[in-house]
Design a binder for this molecule. Structure first.
Ligand code: GRF
Length: 202
């Protein structure tokens, strides 16, 4: 009997929703998204990893995984001009969704307008608490007993778009921003691929 297994797998891959991942640094969330995409039933595939810092550590992870990369320093470029280059690269790669994974640049309103509802971000706090930086230090300073992470749709305001999913972790006596970050990060790595899969399936 003919074996159509390989054909079936190729078709399934072609049907997966193409996603671009934007990073600025080590890229551990990007790596989690890429690892999850190895599963046969993952509904997305990562077609591009782009960075605004050519030294971003995550670029090497992406290259090793065989994923196309694009890196350009934003330094010396106007935000809108930089974002226009980025937008063109993402569209050239065929992406239909964008996942921000430690991307430390505000995207310009015109960029976001071209992707309304299809840019997602992970943020290391229980939004709407602690938008911006130093989230873990702020949660500890406030005396919170829980921290966590949120996946949200990106809108022009920083860390402000609709929250799609959250994961919670305890904040323990004696926690420092580093120990709390180390507890939240694995929760991010579990939450982000699962949530992105749900979003692109919807
Ligand atoms: C993560 O904590 C993420 O929530 C935040 O920036 C950090 C990026 O880490 N937006 P990594 O580059 O994914 O390891």
């Amino acid at each position: 009997m003919a074996d159509f297994g390989a054909v079936g797998r190729a078709d399934a891959s072609a049907e997966r929703i193409p996603v671009a991942v934007l990073i600025s640094g080590r890229g551990s969330n990007m790596a989690a998204l890429v690892a999850a995409a190895q599963a046969d039933d993952c509904p997305y595939r990562v077609v591009l990893v782009a960075a605004n810092d050519p030294d971003a550590g995550g670029l090497a992870i992406a290259r090793t995984a065989g994923i196309a990369t694009f890196a350009l320093s934003h330094k010396g470029m106007a935000r809108a001009a930089f974002d226009a280059v980025l937008d063109a690269e993402i569209r050239r790669a065929g992406a239909e969704w964008i996942a921000l994974a430690g991307y430390m640049r505000l995207l310009s309103p015109s960029f976001i307008a071209g992707w309304t509802g299809r840019i997602v971000n992970i943020h290391p706090s229980l939004l709407p608490l602690y938008k911006g930086l130093d989230t873990h230090a702020r949660a500890i300073a406030a005396g919170d007993t829980e921290g966590g992470c949120s996946v949200h749709i990106v809108t022009p305001e920083l860390d402000d778009g609709p929250v799609v999913a959250q994961a919670r972790v305890p904040i323990l006596p004696g926690d420092t921003p580093d120990t709390l970050a180390a507890r939240v990060l694995p929760a991010e790595h579990a939450l982000y691929p699962k949530t992105l899969a749900e979003l692109v399936r919807a």
